[in-house]
Design a binder for this molecule. Sequence first.
Ligand code: FAD
Ligand code: NAD
Length: 467
Amino acid sequence: MAEFDYDLLIIGSGPGGYVAAIRAAQLGLKTACVESRETLGGTCLNVGCIPSKALLHGSELFEEAHSGALAKFGVKTGKVELDLAALQGEKAGAVSDLTKGIEYLFKKNKVTWLKGFGSFRDAHTVEVDGTAHTAKNVVIATGSSVTPLPGVEVDNAKGVIVDSTGALALEKVPSHLVVIGGGVIGLELGSVWRRLGAKVTVVEFLDQLLPGMDGEVRKEAARLFKKQGMELRLSTKVTGAVVKGRKATLTLEPAAGGAAETLEADCVLVAIGRRPNTEGLNLAAIGLKPNKRGQIETAHDFRTRVDGVRAIGDVIPGPMLAHKAEDEGIAVAEYIAGQIGIVNHAVIPSVVYTMPEIAGVGLTEEAAKDAGHAVKVGKFPMMANSRAKTNRDTDGFVKIIADAETDRVLGVWIVASLAGTMIAQAAQAMEFGALSEDIAYTCHAHPTHSEAIKEAAMAVRGKPIHM
Ligand code: FAD
Ligand code: NAD
């Protein structure tokens, strides 16, 4: 009889866990994945990336039709009305198709789904709703959950103060949505409900939106979201909320302290970040303690301090992004199978799927300077890109940060309608160690938004053509 039930048992079936499970099975490991949710796919497929992108797409189509943008190109639509139930239905369909797709892939690859909540008995034994399962290797891929804001209690069922999960499921367009947190979730979901007709106010503690992004990008984002009609209350904190019936009254103060004021809303979205899921795992049983931020620390091969136990995805340090979790899922399975897994954490793109999209990879200009690089920066506005001009979507720019001595590309930042697609080219170039000159001398198809990347690379040497 085998010593263990499984070669590998993964706790959590998000993009980290399910990808690790499939790769491990492909590599011949007997694999199980524990998931307590009704469906596979984790935050990303159920209440994150996928449903938010469905609502972003639908609301973008609505705004295009409603705002006259289509009419400008000769598409007459007549009276444009919103059928929110149909939009929510389409979103649910996308989620259902994709989560069932993972279930199919598990069956195809002979990955066992252990349905229930997993917790450790020892480093090689995980209990799932009372039944013990043993494995030679265990991977913790339990992801993250919404960070609560003291004094502003979320109640998604009531729908007045909600988190991202609640904001994805609203059955009525709010009159006034206050978003607490000017990060990725606040701006994406704030955009959805603004496009569908809500007045949106974003309250952000810091003096700029989107912490961690390049300074010029953050400024441009604030300018564009204001232009679109969002009210931004920067350097402001929410200190409390009172809900009466279907109304919330928030108390606001300047972040640095000062006179309080109140703000009324019929919907409040709390989006101040996410925290790792370790509660209930019984980490004490294996002697594993999360760090001060609640994350599980790992080595380059995702080993924790406990033999046989590794961790990946949102539960470990690094950006909380689905593609980062997926790449770690592949790498951890490859390590466990005796291969070398590779994740280049210096080149992980991030994208905000607003309109225009906002994307970046590598260092910001500020971080590059802080790291001691002398930098050369090339910028090219979308206003001078022929395709963007033709499509009438000229907001934004491409910015390339290169090392002044070696010309090596250190970071690329893009604000453009197609930034999320364009950034892949920059990530690949950086993965190959590109110089800005390499990008400048790569032939780009015309007319495409991506030509702005080539022009920004030419601008690093001060010689773009179309400016
Ligand atoms: P998760 O996806 O969180 O999955 C963990 C799973 O483990 C969950 O299903 C949970 O139920 C399960 N679990 C936890 N503990 C246990 C246990 N003890 N036993 C059994 N099961 C357990 N990222 C992007 O890259 N692009 C986007 O566009 C994007 N949009 C987002 C939009 C929203 C609204 C949100 C909230 C997040 C978004 N993210 C996006 C972030 C992305 O969802 C996460 O980074 C990603 O899901 C992390 O993957 P993971 O596998 O680490 O964990
Ligand atoms: P975030 O970290 O992106 O933004 C949170 C914002 O809230 C920050 O700007 C922060 O300064 C602000 N904040 C914190 N406390 C505050 C307070 N008390 N009052 C006012 N503002 C406050 O977090 P998020 O938007 O909640 O997203 C969580 C995670 O999910 C992110 O790490 C992100 O990577 C991931 N995500 C990614 C995508 C994407 O890739 N497109 C989309 C959604 C979510």
